[in-house]
Design a protein. Structure first.
Length: 141
């Protein structure tokens, strides 16, 4: 597989979401670090570890042929020399559905390698519903 070089973590993130929207498995996996320490958590799914588990999950997702459009919002970035953390809201629309889905709270962690920035962790969870004024929110940690 020809490996693209992502000069910044933002370039790697853009490539990740472009591959997701195109359902392009090769482009998706080109963003990931080829490392057994990679971790992926899809909304409501189990923690997947290692390149092969992550690849298998994206293969299954892309086989559904469901086309997504993703707009990012509420981005918070922290970056050092070798590691970048992006916390974003994914605002997902399924092509053909009349309304967008609730946002997904996502943390993407990128590592700088000799071949550019690569995705190390993708953790996506459904955004909690805002608590009503009558009931205070409960936070577990």
């Amino acid at each position: 597989m020809s490996r693209a070089i992502f000069p910044t973590s933002q370039d790697a993130e853009a490539a990740f979401y472009e591959a997701l929207e195109r359902t392009d498995l090769d482009a998706m996996m080109a963003v990931w670090a080829e490392d057994e320490e990679v971790v992926c958590v899809h909304p409501g799914g189990p923690r997947l570890t290692g390149f092969e588990q992550v690849r298998a999950s994206w293969t299954a997702i892309f086989k559904s042929r469901q086309r997504l459009r993703v707009q990012l919002s509420n981005a918070v970035y922290a970056q050092g020399m070798m590691l970048a953390i992006h916390s974003v809201h994914e605002n997902i629309t399924v092509v053909g559905e009349p309304a967008p889905r609730p946002p997904v709270v996502t943390t993407n962690v990128y590592i700088r390698t000799g071949g550019g920035w690569r995705l190390l962790v993708h953790h996506a969870s459904p955004a909690p519903q805002a608590p009503s004024r009558a009931e205070p929110g409960k936070i577990l940690h």
